[in-house]
Design a protein around this ligand. Structure first.
Ligand SMILES: Cc1ncc(CO)c(N)n1
Length: 242
């Protein structure tokens, strides 16, 4: 049996959570073209705040790199991120009743806060591997969900999420030599110098990202806010919010 590379091990470990993301009612609503505009708005507003954390992660990937080649790759991708992120969300906003200025810089809600903290926390003490892996998990998941949605052949150009499906299939991100595969190669290269204990921990962080992705869809589906959380605690009716 061929032994798996570390990045293949990560992908294998994340499979059950990938399947759970595919099955989430938000994603199923995209397929059936029944996505609630409130859920879409919430997703746009919160994902913009997630994207802001991605900017910070990527600046720190440059800082933690030890070669010019890595620094350029991460800096180029940061530049691509900054150049494209608003465009995607602007085109998604055209499918809602909200205006673009209302979408940007909305308060960061609980799940967004937790997921942002998860990808940002290795900045303080972590290695390049520690910082890259939980962040790359999000790229990987989006590409897989994009493939899944495209394969259903049900997401047509008039679907409110169509531009998202297109964006995450962009060859620059998702292609064979795309940025996601290049990041996975860096992960494998760095993993070669890490202890088995360290790799176990890194794998857990990868899988947790995919778990938090599920909660990100769930939060959008329910439009979950800090006020909801507060209300739930103070007036607990025993129902489940998260
Ligand atoms: C929540 C989330 N995960 C991953 C990505 C991919 O960049 C994104 N934009 N948002």
């Amino acid at each position: 049996m061929k032994t798996l590379s570390f990045s293949q091990e990560l992908i294998q470990a994340a499979q059950p959570y990938l399947k759970a993301n595919m099955a989430h009612p938000f994603i199923q609503a995209v397929i059936n073209d029944r996505l609630d505009s409130k859920a879409l708005n919430y997703y746009i507003q919160q994902d913009l705040r997630y994207a802001d954390a991605e900017t910070v992660v990527q600046a720190n990937l440059v800082a933690k790199s030890t070669t010019i080649e890595d620094q350029r790759m991460f800096a180029d991708q940061l530049s691509t991120h900054l150049g494209t992120v608003n465009e995607l969300f602007k085109s998604l906003t055209e499918n809602t009743s909200d205006s673009w200025t209302d979408q940007r810089y909305q308060p960061i809600q609980p799940v967004t806060f937790i997921y942002r903290s998860h990808i940002l926390s290795p900045i303080a003490q972590g290695s390049l591997l520690d910082l890259l892996t939980p962040f790359e998990a999000g790229n990987w998941l989006y590409i897989e969900l994009g493939k899944y949605l495209a394969d259903t052949k049900k997401v047509k150009p008039d679907n409110a999420f169509y531009s998202w499906v297109k964006a995450v299939q962009d060859p620059h991100l998702a292609g064979q030599d795309g940025i996601s595969n290049r990041f996975l190669k860096v992960i494998d290269r760095e993993a070669a110098n890490a202890s088995p204990e360290h790799l176990e921990q890194v794998k857990q962080q990868f899988v947790r990202s995919i778990l938090l992705e599920w909660y990100f869809w769930d939060a959008a589906y329910k439009q979950l806010t800090w006020d909801n959380w507060g209300h739930h605690v103070l007036n607990s009716d025993g129902g489940d919010l998260l």
